[in-house]
Ligand binder design. Structure first.
Ligand code: ADP
Ligand code: ZN
Length: 753
């Protein structure tokens, strides 16, 4: 037998090895193996097993890692599709699919000291009160890891040893699964009675779920009657009860013997969200049903969570982007919450879009896919309009509350009246004062951190720019620094204009950031309790939790923040949301600028009025009549879609086409430009067979220079990316790049800058 192996090294091809007889029983497609390569030993993954005799003598496999294959056949098929579609080597895709903690050779379970009670015999010996408390807990839990016992009780290991001396317990190492949420108790929740719209959505989803047919994987491949898998777009305004629909759909999926994956954006993986899912499954044996995968887990925790899934003990996986690869078998349901979020796109190879991967995987494995959002991506809504996805609507808030009243303030008018750009319009100031008076809470949103967006000399026009990137430096007042928000370059803020021959002492700060909002706020409302939340302020995740905790407990009146506070948070006492500059994201050179603005405004506005008091939103804008702002004001997604899709249609942008963005990067600008031009001529040969292919560029990227690298772009647009991708791969494979120039291909890019 021959094993075909994709190595972890980026070699761009597979290698064949002989399977020695002693390993024959242990090899399978998807298994991790160690193989010889030259004089080295490297790790890889079996991607095929062939029965034919080898044409030439082959080196044998050295070792099979672990007891079972890590990749299921459907996941391997998914990897192949991704490699082709995203124009990326298979080994890079496989690396992304298996977490590092699982891939390592010595990856394994960890033995921990475990406290085990002895069955009670006769009366208890004399114990101190402390010892008695400990003993009772140990007995009640029937044993638990020592660390957990110490954490729960605050006792010392010494006290536990005493109990051992008295013969009440034994302490011994035992393989203990690391449960990242083991220390937390979740209050169980029961399914809520659904309203009409929710019921209708749930029924449609449940009707599409098909029972697992054992043995699952083989049957799925052979049975022509298997469920094809269907994709639903659940469009529900914020607070419409989408999560309750997900929870009940998950229940139905489990009842059919299938597992499920729930994807949420990384930023939404707050304790609050995880709790909502964990709490439904927190009773007794169901406790292990939910596994969580996200970037804050330790390698050990990730290893254990992953194997809980692979072994089938965990049946529901909740996680960020890469959880779409969780080895759930058989897969019944994939939920992608906040499906419009940009974080579903990975910005390094493989540059996959997890939402699209979910749809593809669902289709392959006969699973139902539910994409949920209050502001669906134009892509998904377009598919729904054309019948490719089934549209489910939840038009009202589930708790009977009304959507917040949105007022748009024309900042141009304020400028005329105030003679400068105010941070707070009169309307927002008054609304704030009223909230402070009534002891209600306010969220102020500005999607720019720092104090001022630029440092400018009013005499000579000098603007402090990053020496490594083509952007202005942002002024950070508490630190008296200017910083580049792209590369992190930092300098001391100059006291006078540094331009040669100028030296003007009165350098100005243009534009504003969250620091300045906070400062102005403190001046206007000196007695208010104010906190700021952005990535400058929150270096550690404990800060994030602490501030949210204080805000929830009512110890903060006003929370100022960037998009960190825009999403997923649910605070009943917030009755006012202020958006300082709504146009900030509107004029970026990206065809999705309006879509992003509409989404952001709607999401931020959705933070208001989640409790008993109706919410109010004040939106300050320089272009108050822009459709993105007006439609957000009226909570009218459909109207926004109609006018935006027209714009995309006229310009042949997604979702009417798909984009492949090729970026060349290097320190020598001439070399980069010449390579881009050469590549452009090569790309012209692709048009045969793809007559509608549109090619733009080469042109300097909107942010031409980043971290001292010049970047040039070529954009291809086609209605048939599945046909373009393999041809692009074939064309680029032999394409030789000059030294110092790199090329990246981004299919369906989320970001054009
Ligand atoms: P979404 O995920 O759409 O933003 P949520 O699931 O957070 O909405 O629901 C908003 C609020 O409405 C939550 O407090 C939730 O408990 C409540 N809720 C959801 N469904 C119902 C229902 N059928 N009846 C009453 N309250 C509900
Ligand atoms: Zn920079």
């Amino acid at each position: 037998m021959i094993a075909r192996v994709t190595l972890d090294l980026a070699l761009g091809r597979d290698f064949d090895y002989a399977v020695p007889p002693e390993l024959a029983g242990r090899v399978s497609v998807g298994a991790r193996v160690k193989v010889p390569l030259g004089s080295r030993q490297v790790l890889g993954c079996i991607t095929a097993l062939l029965d034919s005799p080898p044409a030439r003598p082959l080196k044998p496999l050295i070792k099979v890692l672990g007891t079972r294959s890590l990749l299921t056949p459907p996941l391997l098929a998914l990897a192949r599709w991704m490699a082709e579609y995203y124009v990326c080597p298979l080994e890079v895709v496989l690396k992304t699919m298996l977490p590092e903690a699982v891939r390592r050779e010595q990856a394994g379970w960890r033995a921990r000291l475990f406290v085990q009670p002895h069955p009670a015999s006769g009366p208890l010996p004399r114990l101190t009160r402390r010892q008695l408390e400990l003993w009772q807990l140990i007995e009640e839990r029937g044993g638990l890891p020592l660390q957990e016992l110490l954490r729960l009780t605050g006792a010392t290991a010494e006290t536990v040893r005493r109990l051992e001396d008295k013969g009440l317990i034994t302490l011994a190492p035992r393989i203990a699964e690391r449960d990242p949420y083991g220390a937390e108790d979740f209050l169980p929740t029961e399914p809520l009675p659904l309203n009409t719209a929710q019921s209708r959505a749930l029924e449609a989803i449940v009707a599409a779920l098909t029972p697992a047919t054992p043995p699952p994987a083989a049957a799925a491949a052979a049975d022509p009657l298997r469920g094809e898998g269907r994709t639903f777009l659940l469009h529900g305004v914020t607070g419409s009860g989408k999560t309750e629909v997900y929870l009940q759909a998950l229940e139905a999926c489990l009842a059919r013997g299938r597992g499920a994956i729930v994807l949420v954006p990384e930023i939404a993986l707050t304790p609050q969200t995880i709790e909502r899912f964990k709490a439904r499954y927190s009773h007794g044996p169901r406790r292990t049903l939910v596994a969580v995968l996200h970037s804050h887990l330790s390698a050990g925790e990730r290893h254990d969570e992953w194997h809980k899934i692979r072994d089938g003990r965990a049946r529901i996986v909740i996680g960020a982007r890469s959880a779409v690869f969780a080895p759930v078998e058989p897969l019944g349901l994939v939920i992608v919450d906040e499906e419009h979020e940009q974080t579903y796109k990975q910005e390094e190879a493989p540059r996959y879009q997890a939402r699209d991967v979910a749809v593809w995987r669902g289709h392959q494995e006969g699973a139902v896919v539910v994409l949920g959002s209050a502001t669906p991506s134009l892509e998904s809504y377009h598919h729904a309009r054309r019948g490719k996805y089934t549209l489910l609507e939840l038009p009202e808030r589930a708790d009977g509350r009304t959507l917040p009243m949105v007022r748009v303030v024309d900042l141009r008018q304020e400028v005329r009246e105030a003679g400068g750009v105010p941070v707070f319009s009169r309307r927002l100031r008054e609304a704030l004062a009223a909230r402070l008076e009534r002891r209600e809470q306010t969220i102020l949103f500005l999607n720019r951190r720092g104090y001022a967006s630029a440092l400018q000399c009013p005499r000579c026009g000098y603007v402090a720019g990053c020496p490594r990137c083509s952007v202005a430096l942002t002024y950070h007042r508490p630190e008296q620094q200017v910083r580049c928000h792209f590369c992190g370059h930092t300098e001391t803020a100059p006291a006078r204009c540094p331009a040669a021959g100028c030296g003007h002492p009165d350098i100005r700060y243009a534009g504003l950031g969250t620091q300045r909002v906070e400062e102005t706020l403190r001046r206007l409302f000196p007695r208010a309790r104010i906190e700021r939340m952005d990535s400058d302020r929150l270096v550690r995740k404990e800060d994030y939790r602490r501030i949210l905790g204080e805000f929830r407990a009512g110890q903060i009146d006003v929370l100022v923040g960037t998009q960190m506070i825009a999403k997923g948070l649910h605070f009943p006492n917030v009755t006012l949301v202020g958006i300082i500059y709504a146009d900030l994201s509107l004029h970026l050179p990206d065809f999705r600028a309006a879509e992003r603005t509409f989404q952001l405004l709607t999401q931020v506005a959705g933070r208001a009025g989640r409790g008993d008091v109706a919410g109010e939103v004040v939106v300050q804008a320089f272009t108050p009549f822009h459709p993105a702002i007006q439609c957000a004001k009226r909570h009218d997604y459909a109207a926004f879609y109609e006018q935006e899709i027209e714009f995309r249609r006229q310009l042949n942008y997604p979702p009417l086409t798909r984009v492949a963005l090729l970026t060349l990067r290097g320190r020598n600008e001439d070399k980069v430009r010449l390579t881009a031009e050469h590549l452009g001529r090569q790309l012209d040969t692709l048009t045969t067979g793809l007559p509608e292919l549109i090619r733009c560029g080469p042109a300097p990227a909107p942010l031409t220079r980043i971290e001292t690298f010049y970047r040039y772009q070529l954009m291809l647009r086609t209605r048939h990316m599945a046909r373009l991708s393999p041809r692009l791969g074939a064309l680029l494979d032999p394409f030789l790049l000059p030294e110092g120039v790199t090329l990246t291909v981004d299919v369906d890019p989320a970001n054009l800058l």
